[in-house]
Design a protein. Sequence first.
Length: 294
Amino acid sequence: MRKRNARRGCMLLVSTLATLSDPASGGPPAPSNEVAQCVENHVKAQTLRKDAKLVQSREKLLTCSRSCPNVIQFDCSRWLEEVDNLIPSVIVRAKAGANDVIAARLFIDDKLVATALDGREMSLDPGPHRVRLECAEGQEQRDVLLVAGEQGRSVVFKFTKSEAPAPRETKAAAPIESRPVPAYVYVSGGLTLAALGFGAGFAAAGKSNEKHLLQSCAPDCSQGQFDDLQTRYTLANVGFGVAAVGAVTTAVLFLTRPSVQESPVVSQRGAGLHLDAKLGLSPENKQVVIVGAF
């Protein structure tokens, strides 16, 4: 078939050159290289058509139907109309929910052909094609088989549009009445413990000193030694007395603390103050050491 087309092209070239060289044909003779190009497009258009490469065949026919001698234009124009009716086309669309997707990259047979979807038909050769779409909503790929003459084939990509869930209505809960422990209750309790430790320390020191005096100098101890022992017991009694008053005060403050309205979501109790107390007794130096941290 191709040999026959080539033979027909050669005969057409000879006929065209003869026509152009005949003064009776009218008009100036066309350059020989342009005529050769016309004949080549004429022959290639037929070969491409038989190979189902209709898009390329149409390009050749468009060229030879416009700027070639009349005898060639006649064939090319007639074949161009036939090829136009055979070339299939596709229309690619994409939807995300109820909205059309416009901004997208369109690939056909791994070749980028568009950076936005405009709804226009795209001409393709008959046969299988791979259509891929990339957009903000994701990417998808379709295998499409086009038949000669199938025009306006619709290829639709559908993406699921991610919608934010509607905010839930929350009803404000009724405030809760509570009685948190105020900071001053902790302060009072800490001072009570400190006073108790103070009294206990001096009481222990006095007891130890008394035992020492009984074993060493009693009943002939000096007045100074006796005064020192009495001072220790006096300080112990003062400590115990302050501790007793502090305990009563702390209890009263705790029992009479006020009520407050608190949110049921966030509740802070007893925040702001913590007391750590450590008591130490040094028998050697006869001293009581109280260490506290607030």
